[in-house]
Design a binder for this molecule. Sequence first.
Ligand code: HEM
Length: 489
Amino acid sequence: MALWPLVLFTLGLWLLIRKWPLLRLGMSLAGPWAFPLLGNAQMVGKLKPEFIFLVFTELRDRFGATYRLWLGPQLWVFLHSAEETRQALHDPTLRKAETFLQLEPLIGNGLLISHGAHWTRQRRLMTPAFQPNILRGFAPAVARHVDALILKLEANKGASLEVTDPLFACLLDAIVETSMGAQLNTQSQDHSPVVLAFHRSSELLFKRMINPLLASDWIFRRTQLWRDLREQLQVIHTLMDSVIDRRARDLEKEMGDSPGKAHNLLDTLLLAKFNGESLSRKEIRDEVNTFVFAGVDTTTAAMSFVVYALAKYPSAQTRLREEIQQLQASELENIDALNELPYLEALLKEVLRLYTIVPTTGRQTTQNTVIGGRSYCPGITLWINMYGLAHDKEYYPDPYSFKPERWLDQEDPPPPFSYIPFSGGPHVCIGRRYSLLLMKLLTARLVREFHLELGPLQAPLKLQAQMVLKSQEGIHKTKCASWRRLLVL
Ligand code: HEM
């Protein structure tokens, strides 16, 4: 008699017993109908970037604050309540979602995806480089790059302009100078290979992240996508290696016989010693690439939405300009003076709420844990919908309207962890104060120099969630007329 039915039955029973906690949890949660074995993989595979977070939010409306999707045997649970989010972000047993580990070719084991003792050590090492007194010293260097941006925008003399690319070049130059002491001068180049390499590698990495068929390294490394990515990474790694080598040589000269003093983040990494050992060049490059990757795209996206919102809502622009005109010209480079402007603060907060730059983040359970009173076994992916929280009408009445005023004189403030554009808990964005400094310096100057208007060809924004939230067709055909000099974006 053939033995295979018995073997199959035993295997099935063994799998069922092993996966029972996962199955039981999956069955107890509401979610769309799932095909046997495939689950909802077909639906997730078809999701386009412009729909992902809208679909997740719509599913929330249909299935309640906590719902599930099956990706074959994998269980995804979506958390939408502020309290569950708080608990998940503070749970020390969770790791970053496995999907994020696919960023490894660009950022290695950098802070964004590392965990455990390595993450703790690196986070402790780098936190001092982002303290307010250090950041304050960055303002003059950032202001020089903002000057170059203003000149570039003025030179456009009324012709149509896409704002995202000039903002990206300005922020890349500013972040590289302030965190690594190097001048990239991408603003003065029309087609900078390194800008292109960062754009292309983000796109290619994201394409992989949303395609479950490319999850395996073995498969991915046999695709054209990988060959294209490798080419772009070569450009980035070569540049960063040369920046690191140059600074290492200069530091050695500066130090002589005395112990070195760190002037920026790269110095901190180069001078670090653990048990007498320095960090390897690869470890340093991973962290440096993490900062550029995590910092430039996000702050560019945020500033593009600031420019768009100012152009779209003229009364907000006028109110902000009036507030900024109270400052002396020299105070526009003074972060303490800018921090005293309540409407600027409220406007940036509202932009980061309405256009949630990082719409979702994910965590992986590694052992049994309890979140929001529900027990989770290992191997579950938890998705935190920052976009959904920031657009929940329970927390933010009229959530799709742009209302900076909602952040002024709040009588009934929204609950903690409903507004988390920079995430929260121990993995809260290490660059949050830094990005706010960049945004304040840029916004104040742009509003002071230009009158921003939407051009007649600016189509309604179609948002899409790539690595960060973006406008599908960029932010352009936006008229940007100087209130002193006329200019069209
Ligand atoms: C508007 C601008 C920014 C936004 C919206 C933003 C958002 C975020 C979010 C949501 C996270 C947490 C992800 C998670 O919990 O899984 C994060 C982490 C991080 N961000 Fe930012 N970020 C911004 C700017 C920056 C800047 C300017 C830098 C550095 C130059 C930076 C560096 C990092 C790093 C290194 C992490 C990982 C922190 C850790 O896990 O310990 N970010 N950011």
